[in-house]
Design a protein around this ligand. Structure first.
Ligand SMILES: Nc1ncnc2c1ncn2[C@@H]1O[C@H](COP(=O)(O)OP(=O)(O)OP(=O)(O)O)[C@@H](O)[C@H]1O
Ligand SMILES: [Mg+2]
Length: 233
């Protein structure tokens, strides 16, 4: 049994008469401690897959198992615990609390988990040592994105789900953040799943899942991933 298993998973969105199959019979496995990429064109269903895996959305059909637990069958309370204790999520659009500072945003996440990393320490790691007391509106897009990355890492989660974590970052900062995610994966055994449009990152991943129109078109396993520092794009 693999750590993460999607078995013929469907998610359809109903708008009026039209039903959109955002996820259309998706099956894949991810092993514990892997660094996995999900790539594919816009609208392919990548965020929907990640939301289902993170317990923020529920599939209409199929099975989703994490460490053998069928998370599509959990009660509301169990799902809250799963999201709280097991999952760290980096959102495509940050989702920071606007009236809390960077430090408070990270502390809010660590208050409700079991073995958090100190908020100050993790903010320093993402290069925001001097911006901790700023509110999101006083930070650039890339800085807000790094607060959201720090918030997910500080929870010290079993699974780290990242929806285009470097979308708003410049080349150098992207590399630093990807290196931090990769090191976290290797040093702590955290299973990391990253959505990206950057196919050059395939060389640093253990597994690459390619989606198109709600379906999986390819799953590649890379036996010799290399550090992001050695990649150019
Ligand atoms: N709440 C919703 N209601 C209706 N349709 C939706 C909803 N959320 C997503 N969709 C549709 O489902 C499909 C998959 O969306 P999803 O956000 O998973 O794509 P994506 O691969 O993450 O794209 P992108 O790279 O642009 O972020 C798209 O066609 C989208 O329009
Ligand atoms: Mg998306």
């Amino acid at each position: 049994m693999s750590f993460i298993e999607f078995d013929k998973v469907y998610r359809r969105y109903q708008t009026g008469e039209v039903s959109i199959p955002a996820v259309d019979g998706v099956s894949f496995q991810i092993e514990k401690g892997e660094f996995c990429l999900i790539v594919g064109t816009s609208g392919a269903g990548k965020s929907t897959v990640l939301n289902i895996l993170g317990g923020m959305d529920i599939c209409d059909d199929g099975k989703v198992r994490v460490a053998g637990r069928p998370i599509n069958d959990l009660s509301k309370a169990e799902l809250v615990d799963y999201r709280r204790y097991d999952v760290g999520f980096i959102f495509q659009f940050y989702n920071l609390v606007p009236n809390l500072t960077a430090l408070e945003n990270v502390e809010l996440a660590t208050q409700m988990c079991k073995k958090p990393i100190k908020a100050e320490k993790i903010l320093a790691k993402v290069g925001l040592r001097d911006r901790m007391d700023n509110f999101p509106s006083q930070l650039s897009g890339g800085e807000q994105q790094r607060v959201s990355i720090a918030r997910a890492l500080a929870k010290n989660p079993k699974i780290l789900l990242c929806d285009e974590p470097t979308g708003a970052l410049d080349y150098r900062t992207s590399k630093q953040i990807l290196s931090l995610l990769h090191r976290t994966c290797r040093e702590t055994g955290t299973t990391v799943v990253v959505i990206t449009h950057n196919t050059a990152l395939a060389a640093m991943a253990d597994r690459i899942i390619t989606m198109r129109s709600g379906k999986i078109v390819q799953i590649a396993v890379n036996d010799h991933p290399i550090p992001v520092e050695r990649l150019e794009w």
